[in-house]
Design a binder for this molecule. Structure first.
Ligand code: SF4
Ligand code: SF4
Length: 364
């Protein structure tokens, strides 16, 4: 027999984050009926609404269904009591980042607006320390030459080491997430699975097939694809730039194919982000409540891309503030890349893991 262990503080927190009055839910099941991703034999999000209403945290953190939801908002649109189940599921995901974060303070650092200055000061302090130790902390005269001010070898090695450390910790915690999903999933259902289906999941992610069922948010798939593939292209260009710096072929000239690819990636990201911001600002009824995590993610990716573009223009134009812009860009890189497992961008890891688990237990 299951022992019910309600966590009222958790329920309050979910209500605050999602703006949902959980007591208003009358368990009609409309939300599960309209959800195009919910399977017939284990539908969501109605059962999550029950558990959230009871404050059953241990059933929600590590629940695979929470990550199969792609936040299309259809369930909120058709909820007769305006409870906003889509925002509630999103709030559970936000709580999951914090629950699985190690060290814990990093999860708190990027989830509370009051801690934003600290989250920014950490990369600022690290970069200043590197510049001081390398002895390059003085803006050089003459044409803009970033390598004369920023010791790329030091920066690349320090940033790579910290990224590996944070991502290693995230991989360890994803193991716990997998274990929790197993524990919460009925054993007899698990036995129907036929192993890990990496290529199937990869196909789903690349094609964005799970976005196709969204009834009310037709632009979401396009916007997400623009940001997703733009970001992927930017990672490839950055890896090439690191290699070019190591082999002293840096900076790249304007017509270098990788430079052109970087500019195309920026354009794709700006397009996708523009649609996302527009929808969140002017289409709130369909796109739901936008919280700190949403704006932090959009803002961080936007500033990273914008500062990267300005850094390039500043070099070609020999702008006086070129080095300051580069400094800001490095802080943005840290914010997006190093903090990734602890912010909403962590869905790249969590959703992929949940999809792998779902397909491994035979969920369609
Ligand atoms: S969240 Fe809304 S649609 Fe879903 S069960 Fe509750 S009242 Fe019905
Ligand atoms: S937001 Fe969309 S995918 Fe998520 S539970 Fe609601 S209807 Fe299903």
């Amino acid at each position: 027999m299951d022992i019910v262990n309600p966590d009222i503080e958790f329920k309050r927190e979910l209500s605050r984050m999602s703006g949902s009055n959980l007591n208003q839910c009358m368990q009609c099941g409309n939300c599960s009926a309209v959800c195009s991703l919910a399977p017939g034999d284990r539908p969501f999000p109605r059962k999550e609404m029950v558990w959230a209403g009871w404050g059953l945290k241990e059933k929600l953190i590590g629940n695979v269904d929470v990550w199969l939801c792609h936040q299309c908002g259809d369930c909120s649109t058709y909820c007769p009591r305006n409870v906003n189940p889509a925002d509630l599921i999103s709030a559970i995901r936000q709580k999951s980042y914090q629950e699985y974060a190690r060290p814990r303070f990093l999860g708190k650092l990027v989830s509370r607006p009051s801690l934003l200055p600290v989250a920014l000061l950490i990369p600022v302090a690290v970069i200043i320390t590197i510049l001081s130790l390398a002895g390059t902390f003085a803006i050089p005269d003459g044409p803009v030459d970033y390598s004369a001010f920023f010791p790329h070898a030091w920066l690349n090695s320090t940033f790579s080491a910290i990224t590996l450390l944070f991502y290693g910790l995230a991989a360890w915690r994803l193991g716990h997430f997998w274990r929790d999903m197993r524990r919460l999933y009925p054993r007899e259902e698990r036995m129907k699975g036929q192993g890990i289906k990496i290529f199937q999941v990869l196909g789903e992610i690349l094609s964005h097939s799970n976005f196709s069922g969204c009834g009310n948010q037709r632009t979401r798939k396009f916007a997400h694809m623009m940001v997703f593939f733009g970001f992927g292209l930017l990672i490839l260009v950055t890896l090439y730039a690191i290699w070019a710096a190591l082999t002293r072929n840096y900076p790249l000239d304007f017509w270098n194919p990788f430079k052109l690819a970087g500019n195309l990636a920026s354009l794709m990201i700006f397009t996708g982000l523009g649609i996302m911001v527009f929808n969140r600002l002017f289409n709130r009824r369909v796109f739901g409540k936008s919280g700190y995590a949403d704006w932090l993610l959009l803002g961080a990716i936007g500033l990273l891309t914008l500062s990267g573009s300005l850094v390039e223009l500043a070099r070609f134009g020999n702008w006086a503030i070129a080095y300051h812009l580069y400094f800001f860009h490095l802080v943005a890189v840290w914010f997006v890349v190093m903090y990734l497992p602890f912010t909403k961008l962590g869905h790249v890891f969590y959703r992929t893991t949940a999809l792998l688990f779902a397909r491994s237990v035979g969920r369609k």
